[in-house]
Design a protein around this ligand. Structure first.
Ligand code: HDE
Length: 681
């Protein structure tokens, strides 16, 4: 590996290191560096007298505090991030000249911020919503931002409608209700009157909108971009992130309860996984379409409400991203990071998707108000790892001290530097797409079909997924007060599926739809999470146990779980040591007061004898709730008496004594994650 590469690989961390400060063990000073002798009492004229203006320490401390908040993001306010690295598997030279996609030995530092869209900064994380999945690649040619979502399509086709969409989904202005939820009149009124939203609404009403973890969801660039190679040849491209653990979801009842029990569920999951060394991994995939094939599809490839079915345009996996470092300070890193879909490097270019074109304006504009001026690129988290030089000067918060008298181009006093770089020298040259047309405010005819892909999505779902979608519509529209809006939505979604629209019309007491329903029969198996990868690793199992448990057998079962990367956590009568029959010890991390069934992927009722009879009741309702959420349940020894008969004989409930056989079967059940057919019978 050459020295240059090594510099790139380490440089973001090294660069951030110069800004990281550890205050522990240091003397307290003012921001001017003057040591402070007293920090509990302001300066007064006499012990009972008025405070004095000359107390510079008080004034500085209070002023800084008064200005601690910055405006939260207008969308995606609630987010969490991590550092990591990206490596390409094989050179992408055939398609792009982007340097970070050429050499498998190059590790490019990345920073990824995940978010919900609608909620404000303090809102719960397991709400029904799309998730942001924004990646900043600190490449040696400058920063490249892939600012995507966990859903491959969007609600609208033209950026000019974005303020309307967001006004409709945000809390209603007269009472600021509801927080972080689309289950209200204005959102559904927008949907019914902007029918291009149909496809994305199918995704947000599906289980995709309640992910189990940031580590278990896909990411999509959504728009069509271009890859351009060193001969100037372009291909259309869509970007995908595929989580190595597969994509998995919560169930709606569980998601709502977690919002109260642990509103930080997703950030806790991500940061704990990184702390444990279970680094989240995602493979980067590309779908590529030749320029000459632009019009060979039954949808317009520039339309952001359409995906490219993976069965028609395969996803080529080209590299892997690993998140391996938590942030040190959420404000300085996660909050101050500024993404921009227009941050591209040579070899990656835009398409004419009208949603993308509008985003290219919005992101800089929003940072100006949010980060307070034009120098946000100088914040440590936003700085490129390569040098940057230009004639931009001054503004709020300027950190660079530019030397010399020249700050303009063209000049002779500095030999006309900084000088533009030719394409050969790495200068960014826009792809020379031929464009002609009249100035019109119009929707292309090729953007007019709003329902075929929404129907394809429905057709691709498993029975359980379909039922969850009907339930989600029933919930959301059940919260809508306007009968007219409810009916408009029923009639609209009959164009997607009669079964769907009739299903939720019935639940909300609306009239059945009058339309014929959709004639679309196409499906795309890749869209169903039923077909995703399933792995037991990093799944959390709550082990319910009391004193006198069977020491040797339980510890052997726990060892087998851990060997698969499963994470058992002990719940008992009180925190601290629980003693086994053989005097072996386990440490309880939770009680029924501090933990909740919804916070675990599976339950293992391991037995023992409790002092307090209430323990059995708590254990039984804990297990019952997991059962209703279709989760794997394992029971051994006295644990068998804690469960109801109908639970015992159901799918995904493993009852055993023999530790090796039991462990194997229980691990198999954990790998399956959920047993939906409990619901269908
Ligand atoms: Fe965004 N979006 N967006 N968006 N978006 C923002 O930028 C906008 C869209 C996405 O973690 C804002 O820095 C417009 C699609 C993510 O910091 C703002 C339109 C997709 C994030 C903005 C869209 C996204 C944002 C708010 C319609 C998926 C969070 C704060 C044309 C491909 C990034 C900010 C982070 C954030 C505008 C639509 C993804 C206002 C005008 C489609 C992941 O600039």
């Amino acid at each position: 590996m050459s020295n240059d590469r090594k510099v790139n690989e380490n440089s973001k961390n090294e660069q951030l290191e110069t800004f990281r400060v550890d205050d522990e063990g240091k003397k307290l000073t003012t921001n001017q560096g003057v040591k402070v002798s007293e920090d509990e009492f302001s300066l007064k004229a006499g012990e009972r007298g008025p405070t004095l203006m000359e107390d510079f320490h008080f004034r500085e401390k209070m002023t800084h505090f008064d200005h601690e908040r910055i405006p939260e993001r207008i969308v995606h306010a609630r987010g969490f991030a991590a550092h990591g690295e990206f490596q390409v598997y094989e050179s992408m030279k055939e398609f792009t000249k982007a340097k970070f996609l050429q050499d498998p030995s190059v590790k490019t530092p990345v920073f990824v911020r995940f978010s919900t869209v609608a909620g404000s900064r303090g809102s719960a994380e397991t709400v029904r919503d799309a998730r942001g999945f924004a990646t900043k690649f600190y490449t040696e040619e400058g920063n490249y931002d892939l600012v995507g979502n966990n859903i491959p399509v969007f609600f609208i086709q033209d950026a000019v409608k974005f303020p309307d969409l967001i006004h409709a989904v945000k809390p209603e202005p007269h009472n600021e209700i509801p927080q972080a939820a689309s289950a209200h009149d204005t959102f559904w009124d927008f949907v019914a009157n902007n029918q291009e939203s149909a496809h994305m609404v199918m995704w947000t009403m599906s289980d995709r909108a309640i992910p189990r973890s940031f580590r278990m969801m896909e990411g999509f660039g959504v728009h069509t971009f271009r890859l351009v190679n060193d001969e100037g040849k372009a291909h259309f491209v869509k970007f995908h992130w595929k989580p190595v653990l597969g994509s998995h979801s919560l169930v709606w009842d569980e998601a709502q309860k977690i919002s109260g029990k642990d509103p930080d569920f997703h950030r806790r999951d991500l940061s704990e996984a990184i702390d444990n060394g279970d680094y989240p991994e995602y493979e980067l995939g590309v779908q590529i379409i030749k320029e000459e094939d632009e019009f060979n599809f039954d949808f317009d490839i520039l339309d952001p409400t359409k995906l490219w079915p993976e069965e028609d345009v395969p996803v080529k996996i080209i590299g892997k991203m690993t998140l391996n470092r938590n942030v040190d300070n959420v404000f300085a890193e996660t909050e101050q990071v500024a993404f921009h879909p227009g941050s591209v490097v040579p070899g990656i270019d835009f398409s004419n998707d009208p949603l993308l074109q509008g985003r290219l304006f919005s992101y800089t504009d929003t940072q100006l108000i949010r980060l307070g001026g034009p120098n946000f690129h100088e914040l440590p988290i936003n700085r490129p790892v390569c040098p940057f030089h230009n004639n931009q000067r001054d503004g709020y918060g300027r950190q660079t001290i530019n030397k010399g008298q020249v700050s303009y181009h063209r000049n002779s006093l500095a030999a006309n530097t900084p000088s533009p770089a030719s394409e050969e020298e790495g200068g960014y040259v826009h792809y020379q797409e031929k464009v002609e047309g009249r100035k019109v405010r119009a929707r292309s005819k090729s953007f007019e079909d709003h329902f075929s892909q929404a129907a394809m999505f429905w057709n691709s779902m498993s029975d359980a997924e379909k039922q969850h979608i009907i339930d989600a519509f029933s919930f959301e529209l059940g919260k809508v007060k306007s009968k007219s809006v409810q009916q408009q939505v029923v009639d609209m979604f009959a164009n997607v599926s009669l079964e769907l629209a009739t299903g939720f019309a019935e639940a909300i007491g609306a009239n059945p739809p009058s339309s014929e329903g959709s004639q679309v029969t196409k499906s795309s198996p890749a869209l169903s999470m039923e077909n995703t990868k399933k792995k037991p690793a990093t799944r959390k199992v709550s082990v319910i146990i009391a004193n006198d448990f069977n020491g040797p057998e339980v510890s052997s079962i726990l060892d087998s779980l851990k060997a698969e990367g499963i994470q058992p956590e002990i719940i008992s009568e009180k925190l601290g040591i629980v003693k086994g029959s053989d005097n072996s010890e386990l440490e309880a991390a939770h009680t029924f007061l501090t933990a909740d069934s919804v916070l675990f992927d599976a339950i293992y009722a391991a037995g023992g004898i409790a002092k307090n009879k209430a323990f059995y009741q708590d254990a039984s309702s804990f297990i019952n709730e997991a059962f209703l959420h279709f989760k794997p349940i394992g029971v051994t020894h006295e644990g068998k008496t804690w469960i109801k008969k109908e639970v015992e004989n159901s799918k995904g409930v493993v009852v055993g004594e023999n530790s090796s056989g039991f462990a194997e079967e229980f691990i198999e059940a954990i790998t399956a994650h959920r047993f939906w057919d409990r619901q269908i019978v």
